[in-house]
Structure formats: C-alpha cells, structure tokens
Write a new protein. Structure first.
Length: 300
C-alpha cells in the first residue's frame, strides 16, 4: 500500500455530517479505521485528477459511518482537498418515527397475508397474534408454532421488499444531488430532516471549494443509488452492529426482536452489494479483498 499520505493528528473537535441532532463520538477505533482507509482513498482520488469525487461510506447501522466519514473529511482537508459529509439518513420518505411504524406495518401485513395464503388463519390465531402485537413480540422466533413460523417468514419477506428500496427512501433525490455535484454545481440545496413532523427544511450549501463529497449511509452502495465513485464498506456482523447501537443508544427499542430482524435484513443487503465496494474494511480495521470478505462472512 502506498504510504505517501499520512493522517494528521485530530484536534479536540472536528466538523461532522449534516444530520440534524445526530450525536457522534469519535473514538480511537474510528481514528484507527480512518487511518487504515486514508492512504488508499487518497490514491483513488488522485487517480481521478481534478475531477470531483463522491465517496460512499456504508455499513450496518451504528457501525461508525458518521464518525469515520468525519475523520476522513478532516484528513482530506489537511491535504488541501475540500470535503463535505452528507448524511443519507436525511432522505427517507418518512420521519424516523413514522418510518419505524411503516416498517412494522409492512412486516405485519406481510405476515398476515402469509397466514392467509397458507390456510392457517383462524379466530384463535388472530387472538394470539393480537396479544403478541400488544406485547411487541410477534417478530420473535418461535419454533414450536407452525403458524408463527409462517407469519414471521412471510413478514420478513415483505419487510425485505421495503427496507432500502425506493418505497422507503428517495434514492432519486440523492442521485440528483450527486449528479449536480459531478456537474460542478457551486451551490446545492440539501434536505434536513429531524425526528418530528415539522422538522423538515432545505439548506443552501456552498460547494464551490468542495472536491470530495462523502455520503455516509447504510444504503450508500445500493443499486438504486447512482453517482458514487468510490464505495467504502465498513464490515460488521448483525451482533456487532447491535452492540454498536446499544452503546450509541440510537433508538428506544434497540434489543427488540423486530430491530434484530431489521439489522439481519440490512446485513444481507450489504453482503449482496459488497461486490461493488472498492474498499472493504474489517471490524478489526484491516483492508480486505472481496474474496477475503466473502471468506470471513462465510465463517461467521
């Protein structure tokens, strides 16, 4: 690996992504991983000459995308390369709370339809299911009840058809931003989304001195997104991602079976998209080839 570029020491506080209210805490692990990525990232950027470059830092929820993207942007700035960190989490079609409800609705409707198709719906099943809904336990695996296995399997299939798709996220808007950036736009209007219904607005952002746009986003390597030049995958297993979320306290139901199910589906989608990543970083902070990544994931 070319060690031409050395990462500088970080100051006490550095600018971070543009997600309103997002709390990030940069630790030694994030700095170590950013230092591992930086030389290769700089080599790829330099290969593009003076062209504007879009870097996508993707990975499971809570894996450290925001923190690592922020450190990389600081390193680029130290090299005299203007960088901006854009959070893809500003572009769902619903605010987080409403999207959580829609995810659960999609899962439950899909599960019910699966029961109907299998001929397993009955008054008894309906009553038991409503109780599980009230207790928020319908996503829990239950090998002893055939109808619940059918319900969960069908619900998972429906949820997989929603998560990380245009039904959930406005990929066209993000792709349009990346196209404007590549065209050399000096100013771009970027969406801001909070956690309440009225917290939605746009800011005009000056890109006249920005050469690298870093998109930090779970779906940054999605087939639905166009315009990414260098996809970077931060690898983690669902269990590791869940541990990150616990430490970060990202939501109020971190340990629920439904949240675990969402993380499992996200992980599968990340694995399916990993073939396109130009840089893959292990949880230990080591750069991996795609073949090495596949071997590790097969083992875990």
């Amino acid at each position: 690996m070319d060690n031409k570029w050395k990462a500088p020491e970080l100051p006490g506080d550095i600018p971070h992504g543009d997600m309103p209210g997002d709390k990030i805490c940069i630790g030694e692990e994030h700095i170590r991983k950013a230092k591992a990525l930086f030389p290769e990232l700089m080599r790829m950027i330099e290969e593009r000459g003076e062209a504007r470059t879009v870097v996508a830092v993707c990975g499971g929820s809570g894996v450290g995308k925001s923190e690592i993207a922020s450190v990389l942007a600081y390193y680029l700035g130290d090299q005299g390369i203007g960088a901006y960190v854009l959070s893809g989490d500003n572009y769902p079609r619903r605010i987080p709370r409403e999207n959580d409800r829609e995810r659960q609705r999609v899962f439950r409707v899909g599960g019910l339809r699966g029961l109907v198709s299998a001929g397993l719906i009955s008054e008894t099943v309906t009553a038991e299911l409503r109780k599980l809904w009230e207790e928020d336990r319908d996503a829990e695996p239950n090998p002893d009840q055939e109808w619940l296995r059918v319900y969960r399997r069908a619900g998972r299939r429906a949820l997989s058809g929603y998560l990380g798709t245009p039904a959930e996220t406005d990929f066209d808007e993000v792709s349009g931003i990346l196209a404007d950036f590549h065209r050399g736009a000096r100013e771009i209007c970027l969406k801001r989304m909070g956690r309440e219904p009225g917290e939605l607005w746009y800011d005009r952002v000056d890109f006249s001195e920005i050469r690298v746009l870093i998109v930090e986003w779970t779906h940054g390597n999605s087939d639905y997104l166009e315009g990414v030049d260098i996809p970077v995958l931060l690898n983690s297993t669902p269990a590791e991602t869940l541990a990150h979320r616990r430490a970060r306290n990202r939501d109020g139901k971190t340990d629920s079976a439904f949240t675990t199910l969402v993380l499992e589906i996200e992980q599968q989608k990340l694995e399916d998209q990993a073939r396109k990543a130009r840089l893959i970083l292990s949880k230990q902070g080591e750069l991996l080839s795609y073949a090495e990544y596949r071997r590790i994931m097969a083992e875990t």
